[in-house]
Each structure stands twice: as C-alpha cells, then as structure tokens.
Design a protein around this ligand. Sequence first.
Ligand SMILES: Nc1ncnc2c1ncn2[C@@H]1O[C@H](COP(=O)(O)OP(=O)(O)O)[C@@H](O)[C@H]1O
Ligand SMILES: Cc1ncc(COP(=O)(O)O)c(C=O)c1O
Ligand SMILES: [Mg+2]
Length: 290
Amino acid sequence: MKRTPHLLAIQSHVVFGHAGNSAAVFPMQRVGVNVWPLNTVQFSNHTQYGQWAGEVLAPQQIPALVEGIAAIGELGNCDAVLSGYLGSADQGRAILSGVARIKALNPKALYLCDPVMGHPEKGCIVPQEVSDFLLDEAAAMADFLCPNQLELDSFAGRKPQSLFDCLGMARALLARGPKAVLVKHLDYPGKLPEGFEMLLVTEGGSWHLRRPLLAFPRQPVGVGDLTSGLFLARVLLGDSLVAAFEFTAAAVHEVLLETQACASYELELVRAQDRIAHPRVRFEATPISL
Ligand SMILES: Nc1ncnc2c1ncn2[C@@H]1O[C@H](COP(=O)(O)OP(=O)(O)O)[C@@H](O)[C@H]1O
Ligand SMILES: Cc1ncc(COP(=O)(O)O)c(C=O)c1O
Ligand SMILES: [Mg+2]
C-alpha cells in the first residue's frame, strides 16, 4: 500500500471562516495527505474584515513544537513544510530553522513558501518586517515559491508590462533558489478581462493556465492559501508539477463555483469537498517560453 504523505503546515488559523490553515488543512486532508497544522496566529477571523481579535504565536513556540515532534521520533517522517501567513519576521526565522532541521533528517523533504505580504489595495494586513523577511531570507530556502502578482512585483521591484514580462520576473526568481515558482494570480497590461490566469515556472519549462474569472460582490479570501496547499499536497501524492498545477486550478475553481452558488463571502469548502477531491472541470496548462 502507498504511504500517506505527511505535511507540516505553518500558517494562520481563524476561528470563524477560512484563511491560512483554516482554508488549506481540510482540502489537503480531503485529497489524501496527513497534515500537521502549526498555527502562526489565532485570529477570530481573517484581516480583510478590518477588525479581528486574537494573538500571534510566540516565535519560540515554533522550535519548541518542532522539537516536541522530534522527541517522539516522528520528525523524520515529515515529507514537506508549507509556510504562509506569518505574524512576525522572528516566526519566519524559526520556520527556516525548522525546515533545516527536517531536511537534515529527511533530505527529500520539500519546503513550499507562500510569501503572504500585506497590501493596502487588497486589505490583507501583514507587518512590513514580514515582507522584508520573505524577500531577503525565505525565498532562498524554498523549493517552491507561490507568489500572487503583487508579491511577484515586490520580488521584482517593479510591475510587469506584459505576460512575457511576468514570465521573466518569475523565471528570475528561480535564480534565488526555488525549483519552481507558481504565480497564483496574474495581472498585466493587456490581460483578457474574462480570464483568471496563473503561471508555473520550473527549471524544465514554463506553463500558462487560464480559467474563467467569476464575479463576486466581495472577493473571497483564502484562495491563495487553498491554491498553495493543494499544489503541495498533489506533488506529495506523486503528481508531476504540471499535473499538480492543473489539478489545483480545477479544484480551486470548483470551490469558487460552490462559493458563488451559495452567495457566500467565505469559501464553501465543506460543501465543495467532493468537487475538491474529484474536480469535474479541467484546465490545460499550455507551455510558454520567452
Ligand atoms: N476564478 C476566479 N474568479 C474570480 N476571482 C477569483 C478567481 N480565482 C481567484 N479569485 C480571486 O482572486 C484573488 C486572488 O488573490 P491574489 O491576491 O492574487 O492571491 P492570494 O489569494 O494569494 O492573495 C482573490 O481575491 C480570489 O478570491
Ligand atoms: C489571517 C490571514 N491569513 C491568511 C490570509 C491570506 O489570504 P489569501 O489566501 O487570500 O492571500 C489572510 C488574508 O487576509 C489573513 O487575514
Ligand atoms: Mg495569499
């Protein structure tokens, strides 16, 4: 029997609704991965409500929890680490130490960094020191980096002029260390308004994918976290990077269709669970080169 992969997921938890681990853990479990959730913050709700209660996990808790798992002899069974929303730069550094510790025990373990940065125009609130940490330190250690367009712009230090420009900006990130860059959401001059586009850039090639852009009265949150989580889960389950990319696009689209049908602001993950595991739609990733 094939072994069930184990994934340490280090990102936010919200009590109500879905963002961070609260968006990604259940879908990753639903597709067949054992998830170890480590919550960087526990907030009442995601920050795009403009107000929330709760607190940030003390950074020293991260190594303490990782060592706790090592002490029971399980840390070497960790196949991958995912990091997302961080409450402080010190938390980020603690995560990188944890990744190094896990890779020493299991050299095949993968690290996916979703560089969640704050953006006034989006309403996602993250301390500035976290963005600096992600740009300067985290990208170098990541096997997979999953920025959205605004985060890709921050890495490149500029906005793109075209799709090929986005491709160049994503390819440039490979030089910092990652094996693959998944741009979860493209935005560039000339983009067709009716499409939602993504890019996958690897050492072996690059792929572009388009799915329909759905209309929402308020944009749902947690879509990026769902995207990164499902991509890593499917890679661990044995998909090629391109197959994981296509699966992720389809499963996320299914969740958005369910969410739209329910006229819900929060992602309808429970209702969409069978569609996550077995998407009915399929989007093909097409090769693209500079
Ligand atoms: N097919 C779609 N139709 C409409 N909106 C979408 C679709 N897919 C994703 N979105 C929205 O697009 C945005 C993507 O967010 P973005 O900032 O690029 O990434 P992240 O979710 O990581 O922050 C989110 O607001 C999400 O709700
Ligand atoms: C607590 C928390 N975690 C994670 C996120 C990231 O969500 P998204 O996947 O939409 O980038 C947000 C966005 O506001 C948030 O408030
Ligand atoms: Mg995000």
